[in-house]
Every structure is written in C-alpha cells, then in structure tokens.
Design a protein around this ligand. Structure first.
Ligand code: F6R
Length: 615
C-alpha cells in the first residue's frame, strides 16, 4: 500500500526522503513524489514520477535542497497511476503540500464545494481535496487569519473516511503537521531532527526512539521537538518506544532477494522468539506480555483466533496446538469475516489477533469488535508498538525483526513459535504434565538446528524448482498440523510465482478436488511419520492411481514414500505439534525458486501490498 515519509531537521530532507521511499518500496506502489521547502526561498519544490523511486531520483533537481519535506509512494485507488495523480498534492497557490494514505469517502462532495469556491483541481484523487481545504481554511475562515495548525484541524474535521496525512506549508516553514485515522503514522525522534513515516522500516537505522500516533491525534512537528494533541486540542502524553531493529536487518545483506534472506533467517528469528521465554527444566513458558492478564487467562474457556493470510494459517496450526496441549476449545476465523458475523463472545472468551504488521485493517476491526463485546483481547504481533499491539489487552511480540519481502516467511515460523509457547503456558496452567511440558520445551529448543539442516538442502530444492518451473497447476495437501501448511505452501507459490495452486486437507480430496487430478497436476503432499501418516499415504496412492505426480515432504529415512513419490524432500523428525515449523521451509524455498525460474519480481509481487491497512 502507499507509503509516507516526512523529515524536518538539520540534514537535507531530500536524502532521507529518498532513502525512506526506497525502504518502503517493498510495500508495492506505482508512482512516487516529493515536496521540499526550498532553503531561503520559502517556496515548495514538488516533483513526481510514474514507476520506481529511481525515476523520481533521476528527476529531482538542485532546488530540492531544504530541511523540511514530505514524500510518498502511491498505489492507485482514485485515478490511474500518473504524475498528476501522484502525491504530494498541492493547493491552487502551490503553498501547501500533502501526502495521504487511506480513503476520503466524501471527497466528491468536498470537491464540488471547493470547485464552486473557485478551486482548480489537477488530479482525479481524493487526496487533493485536503490541500484545497487547507488553503480554503487558511485564507477564508470568516476573514480572520487562522494558523496552519487550526486550518489543519478544521480540514480533518470535514473528512469522512481514513487517513494518515502529513502536510507542509511554505507560509509556515517552521512546522510539519501529521494526523492519523485508521491509517498508521509513526514519528521518529532524532537529535535535532524528526522523521515521520507510515511504517517504521522507513527510519530503521536513523532513529532509536519512535512514537506511534493514535486515531484522531495530530502531531505538530518542529525541527527539535513535537507535540501531540487530539482533534479537540487536548495535549497527549505519548509513550516513546525503543526501535530495536538495526540497519542491517532492513538490508538484503548479500542475498538476491529479501524473501530468500528472510527464509534463511528463520533459525535465528525462531530462536529470538523463544529467547528468555522457555524454561526447559520447569517444562513451561514464561510470557512477560501476558503477566498482567495471567489470572484472567486461567479462567478462559474458549479462544477465537482472528487473522488474515499467512497469519491466518499460523492460527490454524495454533488451533491444533491449543486444543491438544492446553485443552481449550479454539476456533480460527478470517478477520475479514469475523467482523461481519454476530460473534457470540463473553468474558471467558479470549480473542487472539495474529499479525506480522500489527496494522492489518480487518484484524484490527475484529479486535475492536471483540473488545466492544467484553472479550479479553490478546495479540501475537511482530511490529513493536503497532496498533494491534497497543489496542489488545495483552500480547506477545514475535521479535522476528523487520519482514520486508511481501511474501511472509519468517513471521509465520515466529508466530508458530509463540503459539507453541502459548500452548505450553496455558497447558501448564491447566492439565499439561511436567513431563510433556519438558518434552515440548526441549524439542522447541532444537528446532533452529533442524531448520539449518533443511536450509542446507536448498540446492536440491532449487533443482526441483527448475524441473517443475513450467508446471501450470499445483495441489497442496496435508493433514492435521500440516493441513495449514498445505494452505500456506499454495499461497506462497500463488503470490510470488503466479501459479494457480490450491491447498486442501488430504482427506478432503475424495470429496471433489480429486476430479482435477491427471498428469498435468502436481500434488505437493506433506506426509510425515506422524499420527496421520497412513492417511496421507492413501492420499498419495489415490493421486498416483489417477496419473498425477507427487512431490512429497517426508520424514528423513522414510523409504516407503521414497519409493512411491515422483520426487521427495526429507525433513528431520520432531514432535508432531512442531512439525509444521519444519515442513513449511521446503515449501517456502520451492515457491521462491520456482518464482526465480519464472522471472518474477519476488520481493514486490504484482497487485500485492505488504501491509493491508484498508478494508
Ligand atoms: C502472505 C502475506 C499476507 C499477510 C496478511 C496478514 O505472504 O504476507 O497474507 O499474512 O496480509 O498480514 P499481517 O500478518 O501483517 O496482519
């Protein structure tokens, strides 16, 4: 989705703005633009371009030499990708520039009203009305001169919809204004400089302290400080969070793509998720983020997990873990559906949101709905200080570091790490024995070593991907703990290699999908030596009997499957409840290498955005 960056400080704004836009490129965009208040001239210089940020960089002229500026990468919603529709948008006089994420629902009415008052519009966007409204408020407002800040508040009050918006004005060279309503904005606090962005990854390495704006708050940003107020002019005391991520974490570090880097980071990100939380000798988990609600957790008798996409798939694995080891009835629901149902919740229900970004609009809405109904809300979130992390009653961070590639990989395994810890934590609060608790804890601790073993076989998976690069249709299958992996494996190959793929529980094949099987379909089946091994084996027989091909993910040493499958990838044996953590890695690598073979833009797949902050 669109990306916002802003800078006010002692360095040339253009440098940070370009760097920030490049760091947000992974979110997906079709055009970019920048506005900088020129030194000594009190005039705004604005440049826009279609396509990549490098096109904008090549167009920027010498006059982009001020210390105050805003920039944006746009993902077209209102009006096609073009220079005139790219942000920043300016008013008629060219004195005000704004960048905006979100949707202004009443922009047509506002535009008509402004046109009648003589404003000339240059774009088809909803955002442009904000610039003209600011101009209108500053110049008209009953004949009185009102401040930029007052005009900003008056403007925001006329908007219906959602916004993360940042504005600058050549007539007010000493400030930058930012506001949020359902579209994230974060301030980065440096020494004598302030950054603003829609995503912290834009400022990783530049700042250590960040402040997240909440809905209906505005930030008045000066070179050396900031004030946050509500729209009703009440000053807010904001908590400053420490940004732990360093610059290296947000760079490719020698890998051809972020996705590959992040797949290979999994042994480390998994270990980071466990750090300080696994008490092996006591056979239990310590989750500091849940301490405040520990007593309430002892009394819950139902969990509903709400999430989207890959995070939904980790939730499905969590359902098996929580029911089997914590003994708590658990349901998993796509957040986009949950919010439109009439969920039956009570004080003994915990609603658990899983989200890498912590900003997914549907998941956030589901959590708000659950809160409204009196349920305990919990979060498993990667981005520290993000909206879901702040709005849930309690939660556990994944500590996976920044996930830059659009296709989620390391966040998935970190979410599974936390879900396993949660099952251990809640299980030991209930009936899970010390012996079983200790076994789980010991095995969790070994997972990074097993992951390394699988990653060392990446070359073999690359060969398989070469062999099947032209394959037109995939069926991903698995049962129990590895049914969600079938969904996730299919999602990965769809989103980055654009190959049609379906994920099914193996047992569901005979109820319909088997009709598709013939020589043209490749079935990727996770058939490990676990409680459903024989069932998966039957699934393989059924596919082979109909002329289908089978790529099996199997347990090391399984000579039976090795004889049957067309191709095979072995993974180490672990506890069944943790097997999804290992079985997903070959599927991630397979999708990645197929996408490489097919020449796809892996880190920025078409039509996708990293963080989906609109419904
Ligand atoms: C797929 C992917 C998406 C996200 C989904 C939820 O690779 O990345 O399906 O998992 O948009 O995002 P978060 O976890 O940020 O809520």
């Amino acid at each position: 989705m669109c990306g916002i960056v802003g800078y006010f400080g002692k360095r040339p704004a253009r440098d940070f703005l370009l760097e920030g836009l490049k760091r947000l490129e992974y979110r997906g965009y079709d055009s970019a633009g920048m506005a900088v208040l020129q030194n000594h001239k009190s005039k705004l210089a604005v440049t826009k371009s279609v396509g990549k940020v490098v096109n904008l960089e090549n167009k920027l002229k010498q006059n982009f030499n001020g210390f105050l500026g805003i920039a944006h990468t746009r993902w077209a919603t209102h009006g096609k990708p073009s220079e005139k529709n790219a942000h920043p948008h300016t008013d008629c006089g060219g004195n005000v520039a704004v960048v905006h994420n979100g949707i202004i629902e009443n922009y047509r009415e506002l535009k008509e009203m402004l046109k009648k008052r003589g404003h000339k519009f240059r774009s088809e966007t909803d955002t442009e009305v904000i610039a003209h409204l600011l101009e209108e408020e500053m110049s008209v407002s009953g004949g009185k001169n009102i401040s930029f800040e007052e005009a900003f508040v008056k403007t925001l009050k006329q908007l219906n919809g959602t916004y993360g918006v940042v504005a600058i004005s050549s007539k007010n060279p000493d400030m930058m204004l930012a506001a949020r309503l359902s579209s994230p904005l974060v301030l980065g606090i440096g020494l004598g400089e302030i950054f603003v962005a829609s995503d912290v990854s834009a400022m990783v390495g530049d700042v250590k302290r960040v402040v997240y704006l909440d809905d209906k708050e505005i930030a008045i940003i000066k070179k050396d400080g900031y004030v946050v107020k509500t729209l009703s002019n009440r000053k807010q005391e904001k908590e400053e969070h420490t940004l732990e991520w360093d610059k290296a974490a947000a760079e490719r570090g020698g890998y051809p793509h972020f996705m590959l880097k992040e797949i290979f980071e999994q042994p480390k990100s998994f270990a980071d998720a466990l750090r300080g939380r696994l008490l092996i000798k006591e056979g239990r988990a310590r989750l500091g983020g849940l301490q405040a609600v520990e007593k309430r957790l002892r009394n819950i008798n139902r969990i509903i997990i709400v999430s989207c996409g890959t995070s939904y798939h980790s939730g499905l694995v969590g359902e098996y873990m929580l029911e089997e080891y914590a003994g708590i009835p658990t349901e998993v629901e796509m957040a986009s559906e949950f919010r439109y149902r009439k969920p039956l919740l009570d004080k003994k229900t915990a609603v658990l949101a899983i989200s890498q970004s912590g900003e997914t609009a549907d998941t956030l809405a589901a959590i708000r709905e659950a809160k409204e109904k009196g349920a305990l809300t919990l979060g498993i979130v990667n981005v520290v200080g993000s909206t879901i992390a702040r709005e849930t009653d309690a939660g556990v961070y994944c500590h996976a570091g920044p996930e830059i590639a659009v296709a989620s990989t390391k966040a998935f395994t970190s979410q599974l790490a936390i879900l396993a810890l949660l099952a251990l934590y809640l299980g030991r609060q209930r009936e899970l024995s010390f012996v079983m608790g200790e076994r789980i804890a010991r095995e969790l601790n070994r997972i990074p070593e097993y992951m390394e073993k699988i990653l060392a076989r990446a070359k073999d998976i690359k060969k398989l991907a070469k062999k099947y690069a032209k394959q037109k249709h995939y069926m991903y299958l698995g049962r129990k703990y590895n049914f969600p992996n079938a969904l996730e494996g299919a999602l990965k190959i769809k989103e980055i290699a654009y190959v049609p793929a379906q994920g099914y529980p193996t047992g569901e094949m005979k109820h319909g999908p088997i009709a598709l099987i013939d020589q043209s379909v490749m079935s990727v089946i996770i058939a490990l030596k676990d409680s459903v091994y024989e069932k998966n084996l039957s699934g393989i027989e059924e596919i082979l009997a109909r002329g289908g091909k089978v790529l099996a993910v199997a347990t090391e040493g399984d000579s039976v499957i090795a004889k049957k499958a067309t191709d095979i990838i072995f993974i180490p044996k672990t506890l069944e409840m943790l097997s999804s953590l290992l079985a997903i890695i070959p599927l991630q690598l397979f999708a990645y290498f197929v996408a490489v073979e097919r020449g796809c833009d892996i880190d920025k797949p078409k039509n996708l955005a990293k963080s989906v902050t609109v419904e």
